[in-house]
Design a protein around this ligand. Structure first.
Ligand code: GLU
Length: 448
């Protein structure tokens, strides 16, 4: 396999799908050497097959807004790869959603899910619907209209969607309600991230952020460091940022910033419980403005418009918002300000230039999203297990399992990413570990 050749072919076919090509390039670069030591992969054309989704559904979603006007959006579901289990992955509502974004996310999800140790394939869905400024009624009607089409494609052993950017517990509730109505079956395990009273798993809302901090602890421990007393900058203020801020504060770190599309909020005394709770209010308001934090806590939260969290002086940077939210210039600014660790919590949160800047800085610790944020989907997997066996575990049980999973993902990264000097290339480690598992399954299942 030659990465350049495969990429040239993909660029010819999908030149306009920038995020998808970026995600594929990162994985192929990491696995090239190992792959070429396996002639059986080459013979079965594993790479040529693994970069293509199994199928992509695109559909019209028509709905009526509060003014009585008809609105039309596009809905998608990308079923990327089911070699190791049913398709599994979130649904994203954001105006920039398109096929490229969902193919990149479905591709990443395939390897991430393989890392979790659980039997889940990769998928992703979404719509260009923009939840910002929408009423609760509009959100409900949109979710119902989206599910009217999607319900044919999903099932507990077929494809199990969950939340992502713009989709949380409220939207999952509307999806499940409409799905049950159409299917005339409860099918508890058809979506994850459900409410705790109707099949949801304790700790699922916290799991992405908590898992990310457990992983960060392992990265730091491997380098002989500790999170206690360290300053942390977090981007975003949604579900993932909330979980990360909660656990970072609990572990004794000082969260000195959160951010939004409108700017950054510096938190000179660190984040406190009231602010963490207020992040949930901000998310539920659908306003998408981090300035609201500064208005609510004057003096304790200081808003600067137009600035990113990466302009803040911190030890550890945690991107928790969107792909490519931390670019090469941001990385250089962080490094110049003394930051020495970045654990990517968002999917593909750092651009290739940012990753290169981090990795070429001696002693800098960088870990990629597909390892760091895998605790979210892993806990979705635990929700599926509880649903299939009609039981529910305690918070302690789920947290222990999450700890075990994050430790095991870290161990896989070390196994495949350890450099000669003892440091770890987490990008390479995560990509090779995830790829090997899916590739082996595809090989054993024949050409399909
Ligand atoms: N959207 C999350 C992710 O990127 C969670 C997916 C899930 O729970 O299925 O992994």
């Amino acid at each position: 396999m030659k990465v350049a050749e495969i990429m040239a072919n993909l660029e010819k076919k999908y030149g306009h799908e920038k995020e998808y090509l970026q995600a594929v390039h990162e994985v192929l670069e990491s696995i090239e050497e190992v792959y070429n030591q396996h002639p059986e992969f080459e013979k079965a054309k594993i790479v040529e097959r693994i970069v293509e989704p199994d199928r992509v559904f695109t559909f019209r979603v028509a709905w009526v807004d509060d003014k009585g006007e008809v609105q039309t959006n596009i809905g998608y579901r990308v079923q990327f790869n089911s070699a190791i289990g049913p398709y599994k992955g979130g649904i994203r509502f954001h105006p920039a959603v398109n096929v490229s974004m969902l193919k990149f996310l479905g591709f990443e999800q395939t390897f991430k899910n393989a890392l979790t140790t659980l039997p889940m394939g990769g998928g992703k869905g979404g719509s260009d619907f923009d939840p910002v400024g929408k009423s609760n009624g509009e959100i409900m009607r949109f979710c119902q209209a989206y599910m009217l089409e999607l319900w044919h494609c999903i099932g507990p052993d077929q494809d199990v969607p969950a939340g992502d950017v713009g989709v949380g517990a409220r939207e999952i509730g509307y999806f499940v309600g409409m799905y049950s109505k159409l299917a005339r079956q409860y099918n508890t395990g058809v979506l994850t991230g459900k409410g705790l009273n109707w099949g949801g798993s304790i700790l699922r809302p916290e799991a992405t952020g908590f898992g990310a901090l457990y992983f960060t602890e392992h990265v730091l421990a491997k380098a002989g460091k500790n999170i206690k007393g360290k300053t942390v900058a977090i981007s975003g203020f949604g579900n993932v940022a909330w979980g990360a801020a909660t656990k970072a504060a609990e572990l004794g770190a000082k969260v000195i910033a959160i951010s939004g599309p409108d700017g950054v909020c510096a938190l000179p005394n660190g984040i406190n419980k009231e602010m963490i709770d207020y992040m949930l209010v901000m998310r539920a308001s659908n306003r998408n403005k981090v300035q609201d934090m500064a208005d609510k806590f004057p003096g304790q939260a200081i808003f600067t418009p137009g600035k990113k969290a990466w302009s803040m002086k911190c030890d550890i940077a945690l991107p928790c918002a969107f792909q490519n939210e931390l670019n090469g210039d941001d990385a250089k600014e962080l490094i110049a300000n003394g930051t020495w660790c970045c654990c990517e919590v968002s999917n593909m949160g750092c651009t290739p230039e940012a990753i290169a800047a981090f990795q070429s800085t001696k002693g800098f610790l960088f870990a990629p999203g597909k390892a760091v944020n895998a605790g979210g989907v892993a806990t979705s997997g635990l929700e599926m297990t509880q649903n299939a066996s009609h039981i529910s575990w305690s918070g302690k049980e789920v947290d222990e399992k999450l700890h075990f999973i994050m430790e095991s993902i870290h161990a896989q990264c070390v196994k495949f990413g350890q450099r000669k000097d003892g440091t770890v290339d987490y990008v390479k480690g995560a990509n090779i570990a995830g790829f090997m598992k899916v590739a082996q399954a595809m090989l054993e299942q024949g050409v399909i």
